[in-house]
Structures are given as structure tokens and as C-alpha cells.
Design a protein around this ligand. Structure first.
Ligand code: NAP
Length: 316
């Protein structure tokens, strides 16, 4: 299959807060490309991943998201293979990765952050990482993350040494994420699975980001896949079985969308894209055809009545 190159769509460039980086409002998440069957339930082979990555670099979406932990380096390794084929990160592309705990030992220290950054540089084949997030800090306490010589200080040191251009924070629990944003040490923040048609926990978080001049990035608008594939095909949310009440809402939303001839995926994607507080929305893909499908979903007309029905279902 040839990589699609002729895209047009509403992928406007926006400034990623104080970083000054110009990124598309849609970003490609490379977690599934790291082959994570325990997270997504299916295998993603190397050829399929490489073909998808080549297509991403041939397309209009310039913002990519990965992490040291995705497939324990496999997502970065595969990205690095294509980056090398292309002779380096193509101009205009912004590649974000994340510094992680040691997945084998659980070590989440300053030393481990440096090891993680060094491995990312090596796997990706880069001398400098454009944007690195402190990843999933919920595995330690805020105090541990912030202690002298701890993870945050170590990442700031990597930044001083020029290994990292910009620093962000990416994780789950909103209270904890808020604490990190309030330190004013980070330029971008990712929340995931918590601002979708089915979950609004991150609603106040975007205002905190705005107040602190931190670029807000919303990941997993499909709740890890269910809102794109449908609750029948993929009855999971946030990497686990979806609870029955959520499945019921998802089915009702799917039926409401069908009445308006709108794919559930279009509503799920645009729910995030249309929020002016969010600089970029990150969707995961593991197949080349998802790119063209996404380009078609983003501009679909969604009548106001459907948004109201979806809201009523969410509130029910
Ligand atoms: N802590 C963090 O920082 C954090 C946490 C979660 C996510 N993230 C980032 O955000 C990204 C997005 O999250 P996610 O991948 O977990 O979840 P997601 O974007 O909500 O959903 C991803 C899944 O949706 C499917 N999909 C996408 N477009 C589709 C389409 N048009 N039709 C049918 N299925 C479609 C993909 O399936 P296929 O695999 O079949 O293509 C993929 O597995 C991640 O990849 C990661 O980069 C960061």
C-alpha cells in the first residue's frame, strides 16, 4: 500500500504555548505502534508500524507523541528506524517523547530519568529531543518527583545540557497533574482519557493550564479506542474493560450519531478539537488507513442538536 500524501483538512498550525513550536491541532500518538498487546489487546507487527510511520511523515500532521515506555522502547525504536531512513527528523515535524520509570524495576529517580532520556536519544537517532514530558508521575508522590536530585530536577538538568529543548508533564490523576502545572516548571501538559464524550474529569484542568500559560494537550479522545471502533467492536475504555454504565452510554451515543448520519468517531474527535483551550488532540493509530480516515472525520458537519443529545446522554 502506498502512503497517502495528498491530504487537505483543518490541520491548522498553532503555537504550543511558550515553546514557540508550531504544531497541528491534531497529533499522532505512537503508543499502539510500539506493539502493546497487554494495553490494546492486539499485536502490531514491525512492517505495519513502519508503513504507518512513513505515512505519518508523508502527511499533514506534524506533531507526534511517543514515550520511552511504549513497548519499553519499541515505539521509539520503530520511529527511529524511519527517522534514519529519512536522514533525520523531517523539517517542521515536532516529536515529543516522555521520560519513564524503569519498567523492570519500577525505579523512578533522577538517575533513571537521565537513563531514559539517553535511551530515547539513541533509539530515535537524535542529538536533541524537541519536547520531553515527565511521564505518569502518579507512580511516585509529588514530593518524590520534586525532591532535590529527583526526577524533575534531573530533567531540568538534561534541558540545561541541551539534550531536551522543552519540558512537559503527562499523566493521569487530575489533582496531581494540577500540582505539577502549578509549579510553572513545565511548558506543556498532557491529560488522557479524561476529556472525552464519556469522561469530563479534565474539564477544570484546561483552565488551570491556561492560567499558568501551559500548552494543553488532550490525549486519547477515543478513550483508547471504543469511541472510534464502537462499543460492540471494542468494549474497552482506558486500557481495560469498560464498565456497564459507560457501555450503555456509548451505545446510546452511537445510536444518536447514526440518526444524524455522523460516525461516533467524528463526534468523539471533534469534541476535543473544538475546545479552544486545547492546543492539540492526540489520537493513537496503528494502521496507515487511519490517517485518511481521520482527515475525513475532522471536518464532518455535526449539527448542534446532536451535540445536545450527546450531552444529555452523558448527563444521564
Ligand atoms: N500518560 C500519557 O501521557 C498518555 C496516556 C495515554 C495516551 N497518550 C498518548 O495519546 C495517544 C492516544 O491515546 P490512545 O492511543 O491510548 O487512545 P485513543 O487515541 O483514544 O484511541 C486509539 C485507538 O483508536 C483507534 N482508532 C484511531 N482512529 C481510528 C479510526 N479512524 N477508526 C477506527 N479506529 C481508530 C486506533 O486503532 P488502531 O490501533 O486499530 O489503529 C487506536 O488503537 C497515545 O498513543 C499516546 O501517544 C499519552
Amino acid at each position: 500500500m502506498t502512503a497517502p500524501t495528498d491530504f487537505s483538512g483543518p490541520f491548522v498550525l498553532r503555537t504550543l504555548g511558550t515553546t514557540g513550536l508550531q504544531v497541528t491541532s491534531l497529533s499522532i500518538g505512537c503508543a499502539p505502534l510500539g506493539n502493546m498487546p497487554e494495553t490494546f489487546t492486539y499485536e502490531v507487527g514491525e512492517e505495519q508500524a513502519l508503513e504507518t510511520i512513513r505515512a505519518i511523515f508523508a502527511g499533514p500532521i506534524n506533531f507526534l507523541d511517543t514515550a520511552a515506555s511504549y513497548g519499553d522502547g519499541e515505539s521509539e525504536r520503530r520511529l527511529g528506524l524511519v527517522i534514519r531512513e529519512l536522514g533525520g527528523l523531517p523539517p517542521g515535524f515536532v516529536l515529543a517523547t516522555k521520560a519513564d520509570r524503569d519498567l523492570q524495576t519500577g525505579e523512578f529517580t533522577g538517575t533513571q530519568m537521565c537513563r531514559s532520556v539517553e535511551r530515547s536519544l539513541r533509539l530515535l537517532g537524535l542529538d536533541r529531543l524537541p519536547l520531553v514530558y515527565l511521564h505518569d508521575p502518579e507512580h511516585i508522590s509529588f514530593a518524590e518527583a520534586m525532591q532535590p536530585g529527583g526526577p524533575v530536577e534531573a530533567l531540568m538538568q538534561c534541558q540545561k545540557e541541551g539534550l531536551i529543548a522543552h519540558l512537559g508533564v503527562a499523566g493521569g490523576p487530575i489533582d496531581l497533574m494540577t500540582q505539577f502545572v502549578e509549579t510553572d516548571l513545565f511548558e506543556a501538559a498532557i491529560s488522557h482519557n479524561r476529556y472525552t464524550l464519556l469522561n469530563r474529569e479534565a474539564e477544570p484542568f484546561w483552565d488551570v493550564c491556561q492560567r499558568h500559560n501551559v500548552a494543553a494537550v488532550n490525549a486519547a479522545p477515543y478513550g483508547s479506542g471504543m469511541l472510534a471502533k464502537g462499543p460492540g467492536a471494542y468494549p474497552r475504555y482506558m486500557y481495560g474493560e469498560a464498565p456497564e454504565a459507560m457501555l450503555r452510554q456509548a451505545r446510546q451515543m452511537e445510536a444518536a450519531c447514526a440518526r444524524y448520519d455522523v460516525p461516533l468517531a467524528a463526534a468523539a474527535l471533534q469534541f476535543s478539537l473544538r475546545d479552544p483551550r486545547i492546543v492539540s488532540t492526540v489520537i493513537g493509530i496503528s494502521r496507515v488507513e487511519r490517517l485518511a480516515a481521520t482527515v475525513a472525520l475532522a471536518p464532518q458537519q455535526i449539527p448542534e442538536e446532536l451535540w445536545q443529545e450527546l450531552e444529555t446522554i452523558f448527563q444521564s
